[in-house]
Design a protein around this ligand. Structure first.
Ligand SMILES: *[C@@H]1O[C@H](CO)[C@@H](O)[C@H](O)[C@H]1NC(C)=O
Ligand SMILES: *[C@@H]1O[C@H](CO)[C@@H](O)[C@H](O)[C@H]1NC(C)=O
Ligand SMILES: *[C@@H]1O[C@H](CO)[C@@H](O)[C@H](O)[C@H]1NC(C)=O
Ligand SMILES: *[C@@H]1O[C@H](CO)[C@@H](O)[C@H](O)[C@H]1NC(C)=O
Ligand SMILES: *[C@@H]1O[C@H](CO)[C@@H](O)[C@H](O)[C@H]1NC(C)=O
Length: 261
């Protein structure tokens, strides 16, 4: 069975058993009940534009808009084991109200990929599941939640004031970066790195662990159990190693895939 057929089946089953929140002109617009979207933890994943292109297989497809200068949102991901519902559509007009913020904080860094396509992809993969939580129960609410969280965590300033600055020469110990972020997140985060052509470790993502109610927490073990079962969470990168130093590379708009060459 294809993924789409699974979705269709899931929606049909949901309809038959009355697990559907609402209908929009006959479309199933949201499954609210377990087991389809049974999740307890979520992750806000932020990405560093400076190293994002190092992690891509096809390095020619990357482009960092000049307006992007800070950490950006990759996604807000409930840790779920069921299927999300592909039958809950998002339209560009749904997001009009927060489009300026999304454009700044949640840009696509892939050349030629319309920002909305990126947002829609994230909504289909993750948002439809998040929507089983009332506070994120519509496309607009989901994207607003992510934006609110991103703004709540001012990592750009915190890093700067801890002396963790972008550089191609200086690298940092894992513990120094963790230490700088601990006042913001406690222990509720993971660092992800990519390895560049010279074998250096470059910091690429920050995964922030949250409960359903958008507060920090949810144990790592719980998250990892679910993660191991889900291929689509395998975004670029690996946990930053502790036995070597980590580069926090500058954003190179001209040559984004080799920021230090
Ligand atoms: C939902 O998840 C919780 C926690 O992982 C689990 O205990 C429960 O059995 C699950 N419920 C269903 C219906 O899958
Ligand atoms: C990389 O992407 C470009 C632009 O989409 C394409 O023309 C090229 O064939 C791709 N290269 C590889 C190796 O896939
Ligand atoms: C980047 O983050 C800093 C610190 O929070 C903020 O002052 C600045 O306005 C942000 N710049 C952009 C372009 O988002
Ligand atoms: C959020 O959820 C967690 C776990 O269920 C709970 O411990 C915490 O008190 C909740 N926080 C708020 C502000 O509701
Ligand atoms: C660090 O540890 C990893 C795996 O444990 C190993 O593959 C790698 O070679 C080590 N790197 C250094 C610089 O020691």
């Amino acid at each position: 069975m294809s993924y789409d057929k699974h979705i269709l089946w899931a929606c049909t089953a949901a309809l038959l058993t009355g697990w559907v929140l609402a209908f929009d002109n006959g479309h199933c617009s949201g499954i609210v009940t377990r087991p389809l979207c049974n999740w307890t933890c979520m992750q806000l994943t932020l990405q560093w534009p400076g190293s994002f292109c190092i992690g891509l297989n096809n390095k020619t497809i990357c482009k960092i808009p000049e307006t992007v200068r800070n950490w950006t949102i990759h996604g807000l991901w409930p840790m779920h084991t069921g299927y999300c519902c592909n039958c809950w559509p998002v339209f560009h007009s749904h997001l009009q109200e927060i489009e300026p913020e999304l454009t700044q904080l949640w840009p696509s860094l892939i050349k030629g990929k319309h920002f909305f396509f990126f947002w829609r992809e994230e909504w289909i993969k993750h948002g439809t599941c998040a929507g089983s939580e009332e506070t994120m129960g519509s496309p607009l609410l989901y994207f607003q939640a992510a934006v609110k969280l991103r703004k709540l965590f001012d990592i750009d300033s915190v890093l700067e004031s801890s002396g963790i600055k972008t550089s191609c020469d200086v690298s940092y110990k894992h513990d120094d970066i963790r230490g700088a972020l601990t006042p913001l997140f406690g222990n509720n985060f993971d660092l992800q790195c990519v390895t560049d052509r010279e074998g250096r470790e470059a910091w690429i993502q920050l995964k922030i662990h949250l409960f359903r109610n958008q507060t920090l927490g949810c144990t790592k073990q719980e998250q990892e159990e679910v993660l191991n079962t889900l291929a689509w969470f395998n975004s670029p990168g690996h946990p930053c190693p502790k036995n070597t130093t980590i580069f926090y590379v500058p954003i190179n708009y001209e040559n984004p895939h080799e920021p230090c060459n």
